[in-house]
Design a protein around this ligand. Structure first.
Ligand code: BDR
Ligand code: CA
Length: 317
């Protein structure tokens, strides 16, 4: 087998983040070096606890480092009390996180940014960052360690959109949480794959998919089924569709099998000043006067996506 891709997962651990982490650890193609956490779906202490609990459920040993509790500048547009709690439950894990035992094994580091730098510098090959939440930790890393970008192979990120938002009319939640951080990352020169709403909203499971995970995945499958019940209902209230949208598995799925996405090189930047469009990822699909800085995902093959999760749950039996 060719060399595994070393990755660090940066997450605001909610329901879909938990799927992404499960998928990443199941794959023989990825080597998860560590997990860093931030605010977003829940406050950072809760997302850190959730990360630890999920690792223990999956029986994976990796260090977890706690990161940002708010955006780089200004007041946090924290969605843990609003959209986050509504979708992901008060505990971020579909209101069933309490059913997981209190963690015993996993070490927690208090500084996500220096932990990321340490992992990246230690690794022989260049590391890929998987971004599943606000981009605060990653932007801070790029500012605090300017040379580190040479050691980063790319950033596979769930965030942004081309045609509209979910948190604001033109803003996707991870970008809305910290638009300045997102802009720093997009302008950094590091290779980026932007898995925004165009692909991520097609990354959904219906009740039958969830039932299948429960049947094949042993205690992991059962927990994910339980975790998804309120999430499915909340998604339905929001969109009218009975679908559990698993946004955050998309960048992981792409790393495992790029055929899951249709991508196109584009020039993307974040609108930081718009009265109605602040946090919008403005995407120049034709790169009229700029060179592309981002591979943007425009479509997702749901059959591949679902099959990948079935295979993943089988590995946890
Ligand atoms: C993103 O926001 C969070 O609710 C999800 O975990 C995902 O990362 C979707 O817009
Ligand atoms: Ca997330």
């Amino acid at each position: 087998m060719s060399q595994r891709i070393p990755v660090i997962i940066d997450t605001d651990m909610g329901v879909d983040d938990a799927y992404a982490v499960m998928l990443a650890f199941s794959s023989p193609l990825l080597k998860v070096l560590g997990i860093t956490t931030s605010y977003g779906n829940v406050a950072v202490d809760t997302s850190t606890l959730n990360a630890i609990k999920i690792l223990e459920l999956l029986e994976k040993r990796a260090r977890v480092a706690k990161g940002a509790s708010g955006p780089l500048f200004g007041k946090s547009r924290n969605y843990s009390n609003t959209r986050g709690a509504f979708l992901h439950g008060k505990d971020g894990l579909g209101n069933v996180g309490y059913t997981l035992p209190d963690p015993v094994h996993i070490e927690v580091d208090s500084d996500a940014v220096s932990y990321m730098a340490e992992l990246i510098e230690k690794e022989e090959t260049r590391v890929t960052l998987i971004s599943l939440g606000p981009l605060t930790n990653i932007a801070t890393l790029l500012i605090a360690y300017p040379d580190i970008r040479k050691r980063i192979d790319g950033i596979a990120m769930m965030g942004g959109s081309v045609y509209g938002g979910n948190m604001l009319p033109a803003g996707e939640a991870n970008i809305v949480a910290d638009p300045e951080a997102a802009q720093i990352v997009l302008q950094s020169g590091v290779r980026i794959v932007m898995c925004g709403l165009e692909s991520a909203e097609k990354a959904y499971f219906i009740k039958d998919d969830l039932e299948m995970f429960r049947l094949i995945g042993g205690s992991v499958g059962r927990f994910y089924y339980d975790m998804s019940r309120d999430y499915l209902a909340a998604n339905e209230k929001l969109t009218g569709e009975r679908r559990a949208v698993i946004y955050d598995s998309v960048p992981v799925a792409w790393l495992i099998n790029p055929a899951v996405l249709r991508t196109k090189p584009c020039y993307v930047e974040v609108d930081l000043n718009g009265q109605y469009t602040r946090a919008c990822t403005v995407t120049d699909e034709n790169c009229t006067d700029r060179r592309p800085n981002t591979m943007v995902a425009f479509d997702l093959d749901r059959d591949i996506f679902v099959k990948m999760h079935i295979d993943a749950f089988r590995r946890y039996r």
